[in-house]
Design a protein around this ligand. Structure first.
Ligand code: ATP
Ligand code: MG
Length: 250
């Protein structure tokens, strides 16, 4: 299988067995269908690369379309579209990737507002998000440390907070409530299996990815800013202490 990657500052050269097709033309509407179609096309291209059996050729891929690990300024890569929300630690914007024409969320955290402990908490959030990979947990795609701010790029959940859904439609019927609970509990179980406790689970930190006709909308947990990694042995009773504290306060 002839897949050879070499990289330079500006471009990555990849020798593949088949031509990689170009991405579809941009449209202005940020729909999940649009993002999913782009994802599917990308996946098809990846499978073309690994299964083709024709002669080798070289394809040049602009390094901007690859996860850059903060090498460039994010404003060279993404165009800001609108404010999505504000939290205790910063603002979150909808952004569009200039080359992929795909939508992401960009969380901006100003450095001057951060104490040393808060900076450590942010790095903690990045490191935790990087190691988690679950369909109901928001994925981080890129991270930038600039002069005055940090930028975290993640998947975009276009339908907003579960909080608003609850305000508009609760109480939910049993199948819908059950579907939300199943997604939340599988994500929480996965986190605990990875020794991570979220510690700020609330409807504002659960986003709806897209609307399903059935009313069973897929959701993702966000905001690992106060999450902690617990190490077995050292603080394995931490969860019990958190539960005990919560119950005694009520
Ligand atoms: P908090 O006050 O909860 O600590 P925070 O500063 O840590 O907030 P987040 O909770 O991550 O920030 O985001 C704030 C709000 O921005 C969310 O409640 C949500 O409305 C919006 N938001 C965040 N990430 C996304 C995303 N990936 N897609 C769509 N909207 C988002
Ligand atoms: Mg939040």
């Amino acid at each position: 299988m002839g897949v050879v990657c070499t990289s330079s500052n500006k471009q990555k050269q990849i020798k593949v067995n088949e031509v990689i097709k170009t991405e579809p033309k941009p449209t202005e509407k940020p729909s999940s269908k649009e993002n999913n179609e782009i994802d599917n096309k990308k996946n098809n291209n990846i499978s073309n690369v690994s299964t083709g059996d024709s002669k080798q050729m070289t394809v040049a891929i602009d390094s901007n379309v690859l996860v850059s690990k903060g090498a460039l300024n994010p404003d060279d890569i993404y165009i800001r579209q609108k404010l999505l929300g504000k939290g205790a630690y910063g603002a979150v914007y909808l952004v569009k990737h200039k080359d992929l024409h795909k939508y992401y969320a960009m969380k901006i955290i100003l450095k001057k507002k951060k104490s040393k402990a808060e900076e450590e908490a942010l790095m903690n959030e990045i490191n935790i998000l990087k190691k988690l990979d679950h369909p109901n947990i928001l994925k981080i795609t890129d991270f930038y440390s600039l002069k005055t701010e940090y930028n975290i790029i993640t998947e975009y959940c276009q339908e907003g907070e579960l909080f608003n859904e609850i305000r508009a439609y609760a109480p939910f019927c049993e199948p819908i409530a059950g579907y939300y609970m199943k997604q939340i509990l599988t994500a929480v179980c996965y986190c605990h299996g990875m020794n991570v406790i979220h510690r700020d689970l609330k409807p504002e930190n659960i986003l709806i990815v897209k609307r399903a006709k059935s009313g069973c909308h897929p959701i993702k947990i966000i905001d690992f800013g106060t999450a902690k990694v617990f190490s077995k042995g050292k603080n394995e009773n931490l969860l019990m202490k958190v539960f005990a504290k919560n119950f005694s306060e009520k």
